[in-house]
Design a protein around this ligand. Sequence first.
Ligand code: FES
Length: 375
Amino acid sequence: MSSAPAPVSRVAEEFTLRIRRYDPESGKPAYWDEHTVSLEPHRSVLEGILQARNETDGSIAIRCSCRGAICGSCGVKVNGKAGLACHTHLDHAKKSAGEDGVIEIEPLGNMPVIKDLVVDMDEVHWKKIQRVTPWLIGKEPVPEREYIVDRLSMVDVTQTMACIQCGACVGDCLSLEVDPLFVGPAALAKAYRFVGDPRDAMQAERLKDLAEDPHGIYDCTHCFKCIETCPKGVAPMNQIMRLRRRAGQDHHIEDQNNGERHESAFVTLVGKYGLLAEAEVVPRSLVADSALAKFHPKAVKEIVSTLPFLTKALLRGKVTPRTALIAHKLDSKDIREVRDIYDTIHGRDERNEFNLYISGTDEDNAENVSEEAKA
Ligand code: FES
């Protein structure tokens, strides 16, 4: 039996907001200032900021419009995590604050600050959305009336269609911090929107383009930050992994970045040893066929080029000479268990990916969807 929701308090409480302020035109460095606001606990952080602006300091800059998690304009970091100010309750924010209970609000990361909490999303966000050709290129011949597609294929792209372009994932992306040219989680999720659409005529070209780009789908390092931060549950990293599977397994695109071979090396090693054997990852990733002998001559040049990196890792204790040279493996019983899973997955005639994003809330729909999925 489900328990009744906790009653919402209608009594105003005091919350202290610590806001990061910066005006590049002033020539002064960034600083923090504090404002105490009085609001009901279920009110949003955005309402807190607007109260501070209306009542104590009219110069605080924040971008917002709908106040209902629809327009995507109020992306900020609250207590170090990116999200929507209008979609974060003050009482929840206070719980995740530091010991002093002060809610810290700062602009999104990875983008230049225009003023206070307003960032310039042009280069890092919007230009990259444009870069993935964010529109459908319909298959020929164009039908007299509409394209007919099966319902499940549209379910698969619904998750990416939920994106409101708030830039929270971009602001917290660790790969973008290292490589500002990375196409990024929002744009790649947008790319899957069309790669996954059966009406699109350019799926293979889109995948080849994003696989060959050194800042494309293989530039993601699986940090999961975009999944944690996305306020709409788009899970951009999952969409990037879908793009990779489509590129590698469906279209057999062997990219110049060794991305497909690197993934294939991971899978092969887990099947062989039951876990990732670091000693063989690099050579297997760099040879033309990951099933070849581990030190294939083709890999020698590339392996030599990785030596400075390996030396640094050894000096910092990230790897030991033993793990660098000798593949470690699970004991035979555990290897058998992993191989059973591996064989079950690889023994399937076809890969069925089913996006569960919109199932589970409406019982009738969930039943219909699962019946269709079985068919
Ligand atoms: Fe529109 Fe927050 S104001 S999403």
